[in-house]
Design a protein around this ligand. Structure first.
Ligand code: SF4
Ligand code: SF4
Length: 398
């Protein structure tokens, strides 16, 4: 059922009872249990003085204010530390609510319906992703050529042009989905504006973008400074801290992406044709190896922690958490197996199937990026920049 009411300062507000059940399908636990006490706001490292974050978003959900929830950039500012859930006297799991709201928002920005299915149905996600990896591997296999000799020759086995062209098509599909989602995200965020919102200077916009992209997304400044790890693990070394595990995964993925693009450009300019054997210390190879190491380390620790469920930040994992992590892990591990096959003397015959698998998994990861957890890398910087402009801070605005 939906009701339209009027907020005197803003646009008409649509109230929908279906919002809570919908959020529950995305992983929210018991939104109705919240009685608005504010404990979550008091303990939240990015809570604001007006006591509105995160409970205001929960209130929107309780009242069925779909548009207000979707238009709240605060949905993307949460670090998923779990402190609020620990302090909630009603077991309403506000941290779980925030995570569910982000999945719900990702699905709202995707008009194909794929993001919704991938986030709400484990059987669908498993079958779809397995079939997609299989189909891409089979398609790649159709272009293979028989190779003889003891040395592994990946781009004699699969023509480099074929792999590059397929890669460009995958990147184009990713670009279309990501840009479409980004446009919808910007439109949604601009739907509800604070009354005092006015024109901002170019300098302020530049500062907000710098804050959101460089300081928050790449350097993870506030996550390092403000989000404490679970109780009892404060003495953890830096390489086991939650921010570093997250950063290792992200930096590793970015490192691999840059190395792949650089390899392609070197081939394009004739500086290093794809497939030419280079030593391990060759800069692009080194970047790829370091990126792969970080990626496998970050994803392995994350998977182990999610399986063990000992920490409040990973006590509950969603379908999206799992498939995204496993795809990243498989991409990283198969990349290393491939590197072994390239550098080991008498390259083993398993190198070619691993090559097919690695390329298929990596392409699946890129194709599905706008439809799953990775989408937060697209939407979060935009939302943080909007928050920064509106409030002067990257947290929830007053
Ligand atoms: S989610 Fe829990 S802690 Fe937060 S306002 Fe509601 S009842 Fe209070
Ligand atoms: S999980 Fe999010 S909303 Fe909850 S305390 Fe941490 S940052 Fe705040």
């Amino acid at each position: 059922m939906s009701v339209t009411t009027q907020d005197r300062s803003l646009a008409p507000v649509r109230l929908e009872r279906s919002l809570i059940p919908e959020l529950e399908r995305f992983g929210a636990v018991d939104v109705s249990a919240c009685f608005n006490c504010g404990s979550c706001t008091a303990v939240c490292p990015i809570g604001t003085e007006d006591g509105a974050f995160p409970r205001r978003l929960i209130r929107y959900a309780q009242l069925g204010m779909r548009d207000r929830l979707a238009a709240s950039p605060e949905v993307w500012s949460c670090y998923a530390c779990g402190e609020c859930t620990q302090s909630c006297p009603r077991d309403a799991d506000p941290a779980g609510f925030m995570a569910a709201a982000r999945r719900w928002a990702t699905a709202s920005h995707d008009h194909t319906g794929l993001a919704r299915r991938l986030a709400t149905s484990a059987p669908f996600a498993t079958v779809f992703i397995t079939l997609l990896v299989g189909a891409l591997a089979a398609f790649l296999y159709t272009a293979h050529r028989p190779v003889s000799g003891r040395e592994i020759a990946l781009f004699e086995y699969l023509p480099a042009t074929f792999v590059h062209n397929l890669g460009i098509a995958i990147l184009a599909a990713f670009g279309v989905a990501a840009i479409g989602g980004l446009v919808r995200c910007c439109r949604t965020l601009s739907r509800v504006r604070p009354a005092e919102h006015g024109t901002r200077s170019t300098r302020a916009i530049g500062e907000a973008v710098w804050f959101a992209v460089a300081r928050e997304s790449i350097a993870q400044e506030r996550m390092r400074r403000e989000c404490a790890d679970d109780p009892g693990v404060e003495a953890r070394p830096w390489y086991l801290r939650r921010w570093f595990i997250h950063a290792a995964t992200m930096w590793g993925f970015l490192g691999l992406l840059v190395a792949t693009i650089a390899d392609f450009l070197l081939d394009l300019t004739g500086l290093k044709p794809t497939g030419v054997h280079v030593p391990l210390w060759y800069p692009v190879r080194l970047l790829g190896t370091l990126g792969g190491l970080l990626l496998v380390y970050g994803t392995s620790v994350s998977i182990v922690r999610r399986v063990r469920k000992r920490e409040r930040s990973v006590a509950r994992s969603s379908v999206s958490d799992w498939w995204f992590l496993w795809l990243l892990w498989f991409a990283g591990v198969s990349g290393f197996a491939l590197e072994l096959a390239l550098y080991l003397p008498d390259a083993p015959g398993w190198g070619y199937p691993v090559f097919l698998f690695h390329v298929a998994v990596s392409m699946t990861l890129v194709l599905l990026a706008p439809f799953g957890k990775f989408a937060h890398a697209i939407y979060r910087p935009v939302a943080l920049a909007v928050l920064r402009l509106r409030s002067g801070s990257g947290g929830a605005p007053a």
